[in-house]
Design a protein around this ligand. Sequence first.
Ligand code: SF4
Length: 483
Amino acid sequence: MRILFVLNIPYAIEPHGVMLLSSICKNAGHEVQLILLKKDSLIKRVQEFNPHVVAYSVIGSEIDIFAAADEKLRRYCEESGTRIFRIMGGPHPTFSPGILDQMSLDAICQGDGEKALPALLECLEKNEPLDDIPNIALTSAGARLREKLSSEELDAQPFADRDLYYAAVPYIPRTGLRSFVASRGCPFHCTFCYNHVYNKMFEGCGPILRRRSVNSLLTEIEQVIAQYPPVRFIRFFDDTFSLTVDDWLREFAEEYPKRIGIPFYCLMRPNTFSEEAAVLLKKAGCYSLSMAVEAGSEPIRNTILKRGLSDKDMRTAFERARRLGINTYGNTMVAVPGTTIEDDFHSMEFTRSLKLTVPTFSVCSPSRGTELADFAMEQGLMPADADMITRFSAESPLNSYTEKEKKIQARIACLGTLYCTVPGFLKPLVKLMITSPFPIGLARKIGFSFAIFRIATRLFPHAIPKNPITIVRVAIDGIRYFW
Ligand code: SF4
C-alpha cells in the first residue's frame, strides 16, 4: 500500500514516531512518503503519490492547521471520487478522541502505533474488519482494546527512518544535531502534563517505564554517525532520561564514552538529578540538560502542579549542575490556575535566582483532560468550552486575570529569558518592558531571538553548522517557519 504521512512544521528535532512507523511500513513492503504542511500542498502530493492511506501525526497546538488541510482533502476526494483512508495519530487524538467525529476521520490511533498501524494496513489490504486492532479507534469513544510496547518490543523495533525526514527537510542533517529516544513513559503526576492521563488510559497494559537496552540505543547512534555525518551533538528527548541510579545508567555511563564519545543533552527532574546520577551523566558526556522549574512558589509547585519538588530540591539540583559544568535549560509557567500576577513576578525572581543557563517562560494553558484543566474548570477559572490549545506566549485562557495582567504574562513568556540572564542593573529596564504597554509583537521578536541564540550557543553549540551558507539556510528556514 502507499502511505502518506503528514506533519506540520519541519522541527529541528526529528519526529521519531513517524520515522519509526515509516521503517515498520517499509519493512512490511509498503511505500511511504512524508509531507510537511508548512512546505507543500497536501492535494498536490496526493495527486502525485495517489496514497491509499493518509496518516496525520498531530500535537494539540497544530490541530487547526491539520483540520483545514483535511477539509480540502475531503472535498478533493468527494469531487474526484478518490477513496483515501484518513487516520490520525499522536498526542492529540490519543487524548482528544472526539477529533475523529469532528473531522470525520476513518480512524485514530491512541498511544503506541508500532503494532497497530501494520495490523491496520494488513486488514485494509485484505478487506477485513478493523474493530479488534488494539489502539485503533473507529469511533470517538476511543479504542476498545489497548496495548503498550514492552521494553523487549522497543528493542525489537527497526531504527527510525531518517531518510524520510531528511529528504523532506534537507537542512537538518547539515546541522550536527541528531536526536534519539531511549525510553517511553513517565511515572510522575504533574497535573498539567498528559502522562498521568496516559498512565490511567493504559493501566494494566504493562509497566509505565519501558526502556531500550543500552546496546540497542548505542548501536542506533553508531549507525546514524556512520550514515548521516556530521554528528557532533546528541539530544535524548525521553521525558526523564533517568529516574534513578540503576544498572542501565551505570552501563550507559560506561559504554557511551567508549562507543560514542559525543556530547549530549537530556531531560531530567531536579529529584532524579542526584549527586550520583549527575556524576554518572557527566562522566558519560552530558554537556547540557533540561530541568523544568514550572513555578517559583513551593505551594503552587507542589499543591496545584503536584511536582513534588521543594525549593531546596530545585536549588540543590541547579547548583549541582553548575558545579559539574553542565549547562541547564528549564521552563517556568506563568498564569497557573489559582495563582495571581504577583505569583508570576515571584516565579521570575525565583527562576533568576536559580541561575539557569537558559531559562524560558510560557503562559500556562491547561490541556483538556488533565487534572489541571479539571481544577481550573471546577474553580470557575475557565469555561468548559475554553480554547485549550497551547500556543506559546499567547494570552492566558483563564478568566481570573485582567486584560492588562494577561498582556504582562504574555510579555513575561517573551522576555523572561532576558530578565533572568541580564546583569542586575538591567533588570529594571526589562521589567519595565514587561509591565509597560510594550508591543507584544516586538517583545516576541526580541525575546525569542535572544532565547534561540542562547539555546543554540549554550545548550547545543557543537550542533551549529560550520559552513556559513548552512547557517544562513538554517536561519532562513527558522524565520520562515517559526517567526
Ligand atoms: S516529570 Fe515531566 S514528563 Fe513526567 S509527568 Fe512531570 S511534566 Fe510530565
